[in-house]
Design a protein around this ligand. Structure first.
Ligand SMILES: [Zn+2]
Length: 179
C-alpha cells in the first residue's frame, strides 16, 4: 500500500523529519488511483508514544495526510517505526514474535511483556496466515532468506538479518498489505 516511509525509526526522528523536510512523506502517486498529484491535507493525531512517561510523552503524534487531486480521496503516511492498523509499534510486535519463535508460551509472553494474550495470539496467527506471501516477496529481495526451511526458521533468520519494521516497510513498498 506504500503507506510506510522507510528509515524513520523513532518518533523523535519522525517529528524532526515532519518539521524539517515534510516532503519525504508526500507519496509520488495516489495509492488508490495512482494519480501523481497529491496535496498536503493536514495531520491526524495518533497516541503512538507508549514508552515515555506521561510527563515526557510526545503524544499526540501527528500523522500526515494527503488529498489526491484525481480521486479526491485521502491517504496517510506513517514513519517506519509505526505499524499500520495496529496500536502497538513494530518493536513491540517483534519482541513478542521472537519470544514465540523461541518456544515461549502466550502465558509466558504475557508475564514478560504485560500484553493481552489474545492480542499476541492474533499477531502470531496473522503472521502465520500471511507467511507465504510475505516470504515470497522477502525472498525476492533478500535471497539469503531462501535457505530457511520452514515458518519458524524463516522468521528467525529474517529477524536476525533485519528489524521487523524494515521487513514490513519493504513489503509495504512492494504493495503488500501489512501487517
Ligand atoms: Zn487518487
Amino acid at each position: 500500500m506504500k503507506r510506510i516511509v522507510a528509515s524513520i525509526l523513532t518518533l523523535q526522528q519522525h517529528l524532526d523529519a515532519l518539521a524539517q523536510q515534510p516532503v519525504v512523506y508526500r507519496p509520488l502517486a495516489c495509492p488508490k488511483c495512482a494519480y501523481g498529484k497529491l496535496w498536503c491535507h493536514g495531520c491526524y493525531g495518533r497516541k503512538a508514544d507508549r514508552h515515555s512517561p506521561a510527563s515526557a510523552s510526545l503524544n499526540p503524534i501527528p500523522i500526515p495526510r494527503f488529498l489526491c487531486q484525481g480521486c479526491h480521496r485521502t491517504c496517510s503516511r506513517l514513519p517506519e517505526c509505526l505499524s499500520p492498523r495496529r496500536w502497538y509499534d513494530w518493536m513491540m510486535q517483534q519482541a513478542v514474535i521472537l519470544l514465540l519463535l523461541s518456544g515461549r508460551s502466550l502465558r509466558g509472553c504475557t508475564r514478560q511483556c504485560g500484553l493481552d494474550r489474545h492480542t499476541m495470539r492474533r499477531w502470531w496467527q496473522g503472521l502465520q496466515a500471511r507467511h507465504q506471501k510475505f516470504a515470497y516477496f522477502l525472498r525476492a529481495r533478500f535471497p539469503e532468506l531462501g535457505r530457511a526451511v520452514d515458518f519458524a526458521d524463516f522468521w528467525r533468520q529474517c529477524l536476525q538479518a533485519m528489524a521487523l519494521s524494515q521487513a514490513m516497510a519493504w513489503l509495504d513498498h512492494e504493495g503488500v498489505i501489512v501487517p
